[in-house]
Design a protein around this ligand. Structure first.
Ligand code: C5P
Length: 213
């Protein structure tokens, strides 16, 4: 059986990726980071100078793309792409396109996997409403900003904590207030508080996932 779907939603920098990786490894699931698809598409829109506000031009461009790569790239995580992504992700045409990409990827996951763990903003609420288990990751904005700041410094990049916090708050607002697929706690979701140690987070996750052991 390789059709188990676990959805992980939550705001930027809440630790969804780390949690998804932990779950994927523990339960032999394929990990799909939906944010990465939105980020890569944003990068492609900017690179190809697509006038994103022109519907015909956008549709024409999306039709020219067959498959969005899920390959990770550090450049996709910079602040410029992060901010542009949350603006582009408001567009329903873009969302339909990415949702379709996700469905295609999930259909083609290797047989050896038991299923898929997908993280994003609308996975449990819109894209995979029937997910077997839904998690919503919470962490205070100050903690998310502090972690991101530390990560950037460790990578040798310039970082100003107050700017990171401002961007996080802004992205939260954009993701929660948008009319299309806003960030919400999905029905049936278990809320995981990732504000403290990862050990405490793992405890909560293991409790939430007893169903799939
Ligand atoms: O998760 P990540 O921070 O990489 O996502 C980047 C941006 O993509 C988010 O701020 C959000 O605007 C958008 N996104 C989304 N729906 C998803 C995943 C990401 O709107 N399922």
């Amino acid at each position: 059986m390789n059709n188990i779907i676990i959805s992980i939603d939550g705001p930027s920098g809440a630790g969804k990726e780390k949690i998804a990786k932990y779950i994927a490894k523990k339960y032999n699931l394929y990990h799909l980071d939906s944010g990465l698809l939105y980020r890569r598409l944003t990068y492609l829109i900017i690179k190809n100078k697509v006038n994103f506000y022109d519907k015909n031009e956008l549709v024409f461009f999306l039709k020219s793309l067959k498959k969005i790569s899920t390959r990770k790239n550090k450049a996709l995580r910079n602040e410029k792409i992060s901010s542009a992504t949350s603006i582009i992700a408001k567009n329903q045409i873009v969302r339909n396109f990415i949702n379709n990409q996700q469905k295609i990827i999930v259909k083609k996951i290797p047989k050896k996997r038991r299923g898929c763990v997908i993280d994003g903003r609308d996975i449990g609420s819109k894209v995979f409403k029937k997910a077997k288990i839904k998690l919503f990751i919470h962490a205070k904005p100050q903690i998310r900003a502090k972690r991101r700041h530390k990560q950037l410094i460790a990578q040798g990049e310039k970082s100003i904590y107050s700017r990171i916090l401002r961007n996080i708050n802004l992205r939260d607002k954009t993701d929660k207030k948008r009319s299309k697929s806003p960030l919400v706690v999905p029905k049936r979701a278990v809320i995981i508080d990732n504000s403290y140690s990862f050990k405490s987070t793992i405890k909560q996750i293991n409790k939430a996932l007893t169903k799939i052991v």
